[in-house]
Design a protein around this ligand. Structure first.
Ligand SMILES: Cc1cc2nc3c(=O)[nH]c(=O)nc-3n(C[C@H](O)[C@H](O)[C@H](O)COP(=O)(O)OP(=O)(O)OC[C@H]3O[C@@H](n4cnc5c(N)ncnc54)[C@H](O)[C@@H]3O)c2cc1C
Length: 334
């Protein structure tokens, strides 16, 4: 039985992105939808695709062949396309952010783009975040001098944690090498260090997924590097959180097992394939609406033998390709 609590608040703010309408409907079932979820995709390419630096001047672009194998990571999500219920034209998508207050006082804020939420006249523009107080552009030099961290690692810690970087440096392990003195990297090509996992746990990280995707950005930057770092991350978390071997297992579960579970979430009646109706049912259960054309387009990409349904092997191939960055994980978070 789910538990219910009464919470007193001066104000309730609904900033739930694509879930904007489901929360608005908790306040008033009759309220018309203002949010049209739309799929968005990001891919990460090696730095040499960027048209700046030795090969070109900033802003110049040249044509070259992009190979699928060069995609280091790919991910998708749902962006909130919002209309303003207070504007005369309630049909057109807002180019800016939307703030609306319901009769009961529920404040809803939503925007299609993150930068639209950082409006120029915003009161929070000068607000200092945790770690900002003693931060300076040269703070990383003190980390190098006082702790013996590599310069690249120190710069990463200073820009990520601000003055809290010293707390991470304090718990960094001795490398046993002449240089750097402390700060063991999780993977050689990224400046993330093991101490960040320990620090993340102190900051309430409880799953390996949280560490590889949010406490560090490894999962979004390079999927193979993230997979490589995973066992060490799980070991560190297990030590900090006193996990037994059994508890470590799900985090280390081979990817195909996870994908199969995901497949069966869609194929609930165990037909052995997924149809557009299955996808619609799952999207409905998480209050996400998507127009049928977009759904057909997505399924068509995954349906390799073009028989109008997605079999397990097609699903596995697609998920694996998306993980390895050789295919885009377009559309809803399947
Ligand atoms: C693939 C992709 C690429 C994008 N690229 C860009 C870009 O390059 N530039 C740009 O400016 N924008 C980009 N966007 C859009 C940007 O991510 C969104 O506009 C922005 O994240 C919206 O911020 P938000 O805080 O309103 O919602 P979100 O970031 O979606 O945050 C909503 C939060 O509410 C939580 N939540 C939902 N329901 C509940 C509930 N019932 N109770 C409690 N919590 C709840 C969610 O877990 C989530 O943490 C991109 C979006 C996607 C999907």
């Amino acid at each position: 039985m789910p538990l219910e609590f009464d919470v007193r608040a001066k104000c309730v703010i609904n900033a739930t992105g694509p879930f904007t309408d489901s929360v608005r409907k908790m306040d008033d079932e009759e309220v018309p939808n203002i949010c049209q979820p739309s799929a968005g995709v990001h891919i990460v390419m090696p730095g040499y695709y960027s048209p700046v630096g030795a090969l070109g001047t900033p802003g110049s672009v040249w044509l070259c062949t992009v190979r699928r194998g060069d995609v280091l990571a790919a991910w998708s999500g749902i962006r909130p396309l919002v209309t303003n219920p207070d504007s005369k034209d309630t049909q057109s998508i807002s180019r800016n952010h939307v703030v609306t207050v319901s009769d009961s006082g529920l404040v809803t804020i939503a925007a299609i783009r993150e930068h639209n939420l950082q409006a120029g006249s915003c009161q929070t523009m000068g607000l200092q975040l945790e770690g900002a107080q003693d931060w300076s552009p040269t703070l990383y030099i003190r980390l190098v001098q006082d702790y013996g961290l590599e310069s690249e690692v120190a710069q990463h810690l200073a820009s990520t944690y601000g003055d809290k970087a010293f707390e991470v440096a304090k718990i960094a392990q001795v490398t046993g090498k002449r240089w750097p003195i402390v700060g063991k990297r999780l993977v050689s090509e990224f400046p993330y260090i093991e101490a960040e996992v320990v620090y993340g746990v102190k900051e309430y990280a409880r799953t390996a997924v949280d560490v590889i995707s949010r406490r560090t950005r490894l999962a979004f930057l390079n999927v193979q590097a993230a997979e490589e770092a995973l066992p060490r991350i799980v070991d560190i978390m297990a030590k900090e959180l006193h996990w037994c071997e059994q508890k470590k297992k799900p985090s280390l579960q081979p990817l195909p097992c996870r994908y199969k579970k995901r497949f069966h979430m869609f194929d609930k009646d165990k037909k052995g394939f997924i149809t557009i109706l299955d996808v619609q049912r799952v999207l409905q259960s998480i209050s996400v609406q998507m127009d049928e054309n977009t759904l057909h387009e997505i399924l068509n990409e995954v349906d390799l033998n073009k028989n109008g349904q997605v079999e397990l092997n097609e699903f596995l191939q697609w998920q694996r390709a998306a993980q390895l960055g050789s295919a885009c994980c377009k559309g809803p978070p399947l």
